[in-house]
Design a protein. Structure first.
Ligand code: SAH
Ligand code: SF4
Length: 412
């Protein structure tokens, strides 16, 4: 992937293998697993069969030990264990909020830390997944942008979050599976297999990082998540949020096909340049034109515009009217998500008053566009938007300014 600008996509670098010399199968495509098995010495036919079975155990059953893969010949299981692992991120801390929101601080094999958040609602459960450690983009209201260290997460580390959430929520099918044939029989009353009601129903790429700066790994991970023989989440239940990496938006629509959310946050150049510095590179007009061209967007599948409510910055009636005008000018099938700003130590903004947020929302609603106000969740455990990693790092004001300057200079 080539995007101009030297602070653009960071490389993943060399991440030490979680299993030492053993190959972690999580994050590989089906073909990737087959190739890994062949490379380890299986003939083509055996590799094909085993990769199919292993895929099913990893992504449908949540199994991490080859010993538990009961339809694989007993003698073969130690052979697999010697060469491969089915990895999980290391859990550094796990917290549960009094509103049921859960947050995990995870560590990769190289010690880099990233977070994921699970938000239960009456009708759904949403997992907020990270795509990078930190973020190069430094939106001025976002805590993740102040983190100096940035690295892309691998597809395995991204899909690993989903697997870990399923582990923690106890959501893998229970019981034993005598043969692969049982899998197709979800009503098997012999008790081999139970497709239980799921808590984790939706995924949003809204954790740490800019997913479109890590396109290949995010795409790889989401393809695995959507695979019908595994986690099998529909693309309609997955939303990718971008701060506006225009050149990658069409590809996201064509090659991944999930719902799109765009972090708009301001309706004119001056303010958006300030709070979302990427705007200096890809302006509002370009961004909205890319939204209008987003493959698959229609009235049934709207683009979500995220709008963080910052006191006296972007929250006037005139701003709300301009937002409506822009959405109509570009004929966008859109809804607006109003996010009350979540403060973090050192942040230079304040949240708009509840009355202001309500008035802003009303103006948009009155024009016929949905503009719900997002209820902050998990505030007591610092799990709300943009607060991730807050407790782990508290840079000084001077340091925050320096980081912002560096990143903004890099944007040109
Ligand atoms: N990088 C992507 C996705 C991660 S951020 C993006 O920017 O879209 C997910 C959402 O949380 C974005 O809309 C982001 O602007 C918002 N956000 C970040 N910090 C926030 C804060 N302190 N309060 C409220 N929303 C915030
Ligand atoms: Fe990065 Fe998104 Fe935070 Fe901006 S809002 S700094 S793009 S994570």
């Amino acid at each position: 992937m080539q995007i101009p600008g030297h602070i653009d996509p960071v490389t993943t670098g060399t991440v030490p293998l979680r299993g030492g010399n053993r190959v972690d199968l999580v994050g590989l495509t089906r073909d990737g697993i087959r190739a890994a098995l062949e490379e380890a010495g299986l003939d083509a036919k055996a590799a094909k069969l085993r990769s199919k079975q292993i895929w099913h155990w990893i992504y449908h059953r949540g199994v991490t030990e080859f010993d538990a893969m009961t339809d694989i010949a007993k003698a073969m299981r130690p052979w697999l264990t010697e060469r491969f692992i089915v990895g999980r991120p290391t859990v550094v801390t796990a917290q549960v909020s009094n509103d049921g929101t859960r947050k995990w601080l995870l560590a990769a094999a190289d010690g880099q830390e990233y977070e994921m958040v699970f938000i239960p609602d009456a009708d759904r459960g949403t997992l907020c997944v990270s795509s990078q450690v930190g973020c190069t983009l430094n939106c001025r209201f976002c805590h993740t942008g102040t983190m100096r260290l940035v690295r892309n997460l691998t597809a395995g580390e991204i899909v690993g979050q989903v697997l870990l959430a399923r582990d923690a929520l106890g959501e893998w099918p229970k019981g034993t599976m005598a043969s692969a044939a049982d899998v197709d029989d979800e009503d098997d009353d012999a008790g081999h297999y139970i497709a239980d009601g799921r808590m984790l129903t939706n995924i949003v790429m809204m954790g740490m990082g800019e997913p479109l700066y890590n396109f290949d790994e995010v795409k790889g991970a989401l393809k695995i998540v959507m695979d019908g023989d595994g986690l099998a989440l529909s693309k309609r239940r997955i939303t990718l949020s971008t701060s506006g990496v225009v050149p990658m938006m069409a590809r996201a629509g064509e090659e991944i096909g999930v719902n799109l959310a765009v972090s708009l946050h301001a309706v004119n150049k001056e303010i958006r340049d300030e709070i979302v510095p990427l705007n200096r590179k890809y302006g509002i007009e370009e961004l909205l034109a890319a939204c209008a061209a987003y493959p698959g967007a229609n009235n049934a599948r709207r683009i979500t515009f995220e709008y963080v409510m910052l006191k006296d910055k972007n929250d006037s009636d005139a701003d709300a009217r301009e937002l409506v005008r822009l959405i109509k000018q570009y004929k966008l099938p859109a809804k607006v998500n109003l996010i009350p700003f979540n403060p973090w130590p050192g942040a230079i903004y304040e949240c708009s008053s509840p009355e202001r947020v309500r008035a802003f929302s009303n103006i948009i609603f009155e024009s016929g566009i949905s503009a719900p106000i997002r209820t902050p969740r998990g505030r007591d455990i610092m799990a709300a938007c943009g607060q991730l990693k807050s407790a782990a790092t508290k840079p000084s004001r001077a340091e925050l300014d320096r980081i912002a300057e560096e990143k903004q200079a890099a944007l040109g």
